[in-house]
Ligand binder design. Sequence first.
Ligand code: NDP
Length: 291
Amino acid sequence: MSARLIDGKATAARVLAEVAGDVAALKARGIEPALAVVLVGSDPASQVYVRNKVLRAGEVGIRSLEYRLGAEASAAEVLEVVEGLNADASVHGILVQLPLPAHISETQVLQAIDPAKDVDGFHSENVGGLSQGRPVLTPCTPAGCMRLLRDTLGDLAGKHAVVVGRSNIVGKPMAALLLAADCSVTVLHSRSVKPQRLCGQADIVVAAVGRPRMIDADWIKPGAVVIDVGINRIEDDGRSRLVGDVDSDAVQPVASAITPVPGGVGPMTIAMLMHNTVTAARQQHSPSAQE
Ligand code: NDP
């Protein structure tokens, strides 16, 4: 057996086509969805992420605004930008690119974003809503993983899902979404005992650890579906390349389907950001509507 590769690029293209249709429908009602991206400092990876988000927004017809502040900007200056965007009715989504410089509290800045415009889904009101099963703006990477899982497996009810990693941006919201989809969910982390044994019982494995190729065939039950969120840059034969948290070569003969790195979860994250921006725009123009 060799696992089917789950094509995140193709699924992301479908999501973006749906979003472009939704944008056109909103524009026909006189609403132009707009996403503001705030970048503080000059972290090279963050600059690439911001550039890609702005490009993708343009491709689907979403207006984007960029706010760039120097690494020495104070928390008060960042908060002033966020508050200005909160008050601007023509802006529907606000994204503050993480990480922020060490002297600025990420929690304080994220909590300052109007929850209705919080397209990253990191505000505690959205986090709480997700854990209560309310329809809220949901973190983009886990939302993208769910779309890939539903496309691969259909109904997820009753499946045993293991999430490896418990970060606020991936692991925890992923577990909440799987639970909301009626999976039985186990979350593993750095203090878990015998993680391979627990993971080896899973029908679905979501790896979000940040350790190159940590999860090998010993962790995977035959036929499991594996979603590899990890993006790790390694040196291989003198070349720099990206690998996931899963040892894909070792796992492919065991799993039934697996996301490649790159080309799996990565393209979905940005597609779901566009989806969230359109959702936010629609809701802000019909606040009583439930998605
Ligand atoms: P974090 O570093 O915030 O969290 C890593 C998690 O992995 C922690 O909960 C940690 O446990 C757990 N962990 C560490 N070592 C082990 C171990 N040996 N066994 C089990 N669990 C372990 O990372 P993120 O969640 O932010 O990101 C995870 C990966 O996903 C990274 O490679 C990142 O680059 C990638 N990523 C990809 C995205 C995409 O768009 N594709 C988006 C976001 C992230 P503990 O809590 O105990 O420390």
